[in-house]
Ligand binder design. Structure first.
Ligand SMILES: Cc1ncc(COP(=O)(O)OP(=O)(O)O)c(N)n1
Ligand SMILES: Cc1ncsc1CCOP(=O)(O)O
Ligand SMILES: [Mg+2]
Length: 215
């Protein structure tokens, strides 16, 4: 499946403000998100599989890729499109071996060295952050827009900016070299997730168009 990283929803059922994760996901898909990741950090694995299977069907209907955070076994079980792994997770080359050449593999990279290692290991894209302060990931280290720019310049892989990104600061991430933005709270904690996704999509599309014009 081709990879359009413009607006990347990281769906964590622990961060949907008590709303149904599937309803939030469908609203976000209507609003124009281009990738969905299921991030499941607490709770029974069987529950993750149940949510994942429903999300799999939903994403197929919208023809949007579904990636699984951390867990290649779950990605395989769900026939998801790929995985996203961090620096302390399953190494990307192992994920590639398990999931095969067609799987999408994303890797978190905060430094040029991590970016280059991920590229050499066969990653398809990088997740880079935390660009801004975030309340959604404990201990996330801040790299700022300068850190994002440094990573984007160090790799040929597309980079998605993550951490505290919203419709107001998304354009700055694109100007710093990102191919798109990944968000949890800007969509899942928004009073209207569909409108929030649409606003992010518009901000990213306008910033990408402006960047193309600048050449
Ligand atoms: C798109 C994207 N980028 C970065 C991350 C963070 O992954 P990781 O560093 O492994 O942290 P956890 O999300 O697993 O806590 C991500 N999930 N998605
Ligand atoms: C998973 C993750 N990795 C780096 S920051 C972050 C959390 C992003 O959440 P939010 O979009 O709510 O700041
Ligand atoms: Mg991880």
């Amino acid at each position: 499946m081709s990879l359009d990283l413009r607006v990347y929803l990281v769906l964590d059922p622990a961060h949907t403000g008590g709303r149904s994760p599937l309803e939030v996901a469908e609203a976000a898909l209507r609003g124009g998100v281009t990738v969905v990741q299921l991030r499941w950090k607490v709770g029974p694995l069987r529950e993750m599989l149940r949510w994942g299977a429903a999300l799999r069907e939903l994403c197929r209907r919208y023809r949007v890729p579904l990636l699984i955070n951390d867990r290649a076994d779950v990605a395989l079980a769900l026939e998801a499109d790929g995985v996203h792994v961090g620096q302390e997770d399953l190494p990307p080359e192992v994920a590639r071996r398990l999931l095969g050449p067609r799987a999408l593999i994303g890797v978190s990279a905060r430094t040029p060295e991590q970016a280059q290692a991920a590229e050499a290991a066969g990653a398809d894209y990088l997740g880079t952050g935390s660009v801004f302060p975030t309340g959604s990931k404990e201990g996330a280290r801040l790299i700022g827009l300068e850190g994002l720019r440094t990573v984007a310049r160090a790799t040929r892989l597309p980079v998605v900016a993550i951490g505290g990104v919203n419709a107001e600061n998304a354009a700055a991430c694109i100007q710093a070299g990102a191919a798109g933005v990944a968000v949890i709270s800007a969509i899942t904690q928004a009073p209207d997730p569909e409108a929030a996704a649409r606003a992010l999509r518009r901000a990213v599309d306008e910033a990408l168009a402006a960047r193309r014009l600048e050449g």
